[in-house]
Design a protein around this ligand. Structure first.
Ligand code: MG
Length: 271
């Protein structure tokens, strides 16, 4: 791994599903030793997920990192630290829905966004239980949806939205619309907000293609094994040792990656 000045503070960014949370049970307890080490040293842990603020806030509190901001809706927005001003509520989401309403009806009818599906439809589309589906519906920055038309119409639909400044990204089953922003861009933004001109050593963990930019932008990154997911292709950083893969999946792999790194880090106080 690249040499880090011992006086550089550490900051950790992590995906949730399939990374810090077990793919099936959503359990994070195998990572508790590493999480405790982070808390003891006051090292920030920034959760970065496709989940909404409503979904992430209780998880973040349960993990003991409510004092840290989080990246929500796949980088489309930020959930501030608990107690800080969360901004303009659902204004951005309302703008997104308004843009959708301006797309020609012959294209629009093939797209079923979460706002069209409602809680019952979201539960059916995602496999979430009713309570989780309600939290997933509390969107602020992005609109995932199912596309049921042809590829040609999909291209025209995406183009019509692009003219209104809306970006579309396909991932898994969903086509997700937003005004832009990736996990990596939010990583830069949050690091600058927390450390100013001070240059922290950034560690990132993820398991899936939507984590790639974040992993590549970190000083040290770990691809957490996920036997259930789409395997990430070989990343350039794996050749020089900046990026490595965990043997164990989910929170056990997370712990194996983070605990030795944090335990060996000089106790510099953190943010
Ligand atoms: Mg994941």
């Amino acid at each position: 791994m690249p040499a880090a000045a011992p006086d550089r503070p550490l900051i950790v960014f992590s995906d949730l599903d399939g990374t810090l949370l077990d793919h099936e049970s959503y359990d994070w307890r195998p990572a508790e030793p590493a999480l405790a080490a982070l808390r003891e040293r006051a090292i920030p842990l920034i959760l970065a997920s496709s989940k909404t603020a409503a979904e992430i806030a209780p998880l973040r509190a349960g993990l003991g990192f409510a004092h840290c901001p989080a990246v929500v809706e796949n980088g489309a927005g930020i959930l501030p630290a608990e107690g800080e001003d969360a901004g303009d509520g659902q204004a951005r989401y309302a703008e997104l829905r308004a843009a959708l309403d301006r797309v020609p009806a012959r294209l629009r009818r093939h797209f079923s966004g979460f706002g069209d599906l409602g809680t019952v439809g979201i539960a059916a589309a995602t496999g979430l239980d009713d309570r989780s589906a309600r939290l997933a519906a509390e969107r602020r920055f992005s609109e995932p949806g199912l596309w049921a038309g042809t590829d040609g119409d999909k291209a025209r639909f995406v183009e019509a939205l692009a003219e209104m400044g809306v970006k579309a990204r396909s991932g898994g089953r969903f086509l997700t619309l937003s005004f832009g922003g990736t996990k990596a861009e939010r990583m830069t933004e949050i690091t600058a907000a927390l450390f100013g001109a001070g240059l922290p050593f950034i560690v990132a963990l993820g398991d899936a293609p939507n984590d790639t930019e974040m992993l590549q932008a970190a000083d040290r990154a770990f691809i957490v094994a996920n036997p259930h997911g789409t395997p990430l292709p070989h990343l350039a950083g794996e050749t020089d040792g900046t990026i490595s893969r965990t043997a164990e999946p989910g929170p056990a792999g997370w712990n194996d990656a983070v605990l030795p790194l944090v335990s060996a880090w000089p106790q510099a106080g953190g943010a």
